[in-house]
Design a binder for this molecule. Structure first.
Ligand code: ADP
Ligand code: MG
Length: 365
């Protein structure tokens, strides 16, 4: 097992990169601690697979270093890195039985047959493949094949890390949920560093203790699911995490106040002065739908909004409205009644984030 450090790492697929856009991975330094359960979360094309392949050694980075326990491994091929990787689509030997497929990674490193049997039985048990062990892999369903593929990644307990690249894509939703739990269970049981790539926030937060959110080739935040929700470090994280995502209002500084269009937003003084100090013309306020209250009456801290739609989702509703030109989503709990065409809302002051040039500005205590 190993601590994996990515040091000033960058990667481009372009022969002569001219601008940051030419980089699939923009310069980053990042540490995956030994034994952690991590998710790498981001939309398609943001660089997740590239990063994973650099860690496993399938791809050599154009710049920077990959270190395992402090040793540079850039020049080492995947076999020598002792890493297991599970891909989006099954990688198995069709002509072999399920048992032999699972045994393969162990036999490859000359594991005694008795130990092979123990491990194969254990992993088959967890993945509920026990009844299929004698079958030829080619007769399996797509789901079963992918489970075997995952089993091959999980069977060795002496690897530095196990990397999963969207492994549940081909699995049906019901089984997906179950397998995610299983992976978590396996992580707790064996304590191997796991990095799990996904574009699904729910998948990331059910599996991982800590999530690295990637956007345009960069890790824009590395935090617990709760941190990503409560204090998104970048507007992308605010927007990507949560359902619906965070609301963002473009604001301008006028005197001692912040305005969204012509509407003055009542805010704490500290926040307003931090915005003014930034000198930027890209200032946004971020507020989650969960932290906007609908008020019965107007008051010093309220804003008047135009209600466009109320979507009843059972235990809560999502109110779509507009503050001037800016769309806002507000979450109201069951039993709370919202009537249009206009209503009054209040931003919970300690939940308003200040974003300058897309990054959150910490205001201190
Ligand atoms: P993700 O796994 O997050 O969807 P990838 O790492 O596959 O993202 O891709 C990141 C970026 O690099 C994308 O713009 C993609 O088009 C590009 N890319 C990926 N693989 C290659 C390749 N082999 N050659 C050229 N460009 C590539
Ligand atoms: Mg990918």
């Amino acid at each position: 097992m190993a601590e994996i450090t990515l040091k000033s790492l960058a990667h481009t697929y372009v022969a002569k990169p001219q601008s940051p856009q030419d980089y699939a991975i923009r310069e980053m330094t990042h540490v995956w601690h030994q034994g952690g359960a991590y998710a790498l979360l981001g939309p398609s094309g943001c660089g997740k697979s590239t990063l994973l392949n650099i860690i496993s050694g399938l791809l050599e980075p154009s710049e920077g270093e990959v270190l395992f326990d402090g040793q540079v491994v850039n020049a080492l091929p995947p076999e020598a890195r002792n890493i297991a990787q599970v891909f989006q689509f099954p990688v198995i030997y069709d002509t072999m039985t399920v048992y032999d497929n699972l045994a393969f990674p162990l036999r490859n490193v000359n594991t005694p047959e008795q130990r092979v049997r123990e491990r194969v039985t254990e992993v088959a048990d967890v993945l509920e493949l026990g009844a299929l062990l004698k079958q030829k892999a080619k007769n399996l369903t797509a789901d079963e094949k992918q489970k075997v593929s995952m089993g091959r990644g999980l069977v060795r307990d002496d690897v530095s890390a196990i990397l999963f690249d969207e492994p549940l894509t081909v699995i049906d939703p019901q089984l997906k949920w179950k397998l995610r739990r299983k992976l978590k269970e396996i992580h707790q049981r064996f304590g191997i560093t796991m990095v799990y790539v996904t574009h699904d926030q729910l998948e990331a937060s059910t599996f991982a203790d800590k999530i690295a959110v990637m956007y345009e080739g960069q890790v824009v935040q590395f935090g617990t699911p709760r941190e990503l929700f409560e204090v998104p470090a970048h507007t992308f994280v605010g927007y990507f995490i949560g359902s619906p995502g965070m609301n963002f209002l473009e604001v301008t500084v006028r005197g001692r106040d912040l305005y969204s269009g012509d509407t003055r937003i009542p805010l704490d003084e500290g926040l307003v002065s931090a915005a003014a100090r930034s000198g930027s013309n890209n200032i946004k306020l971020g507020i989650r739908p969960e932290f906007i209250d609908v008020m019965h009456e107007p008051g010093a801290e309220t804003l008047e909004v135009e209600v466009n739609r109320v979507q009843d989702l059972g235990t809560y509703s999502i109110v779509s409205c507009h503050l001037g030109q800016t769309p806002l989503k507000v979450r109201v709990e069951e039993g709370q009644h919202v009537e249009g065409p206009r209503c009054h809302v209040r931003f919970v002051p300690e939940r308003v984030g200040l974003y300058v040039d897309e990054y959150r500005v910490e205001l201190g205590q």
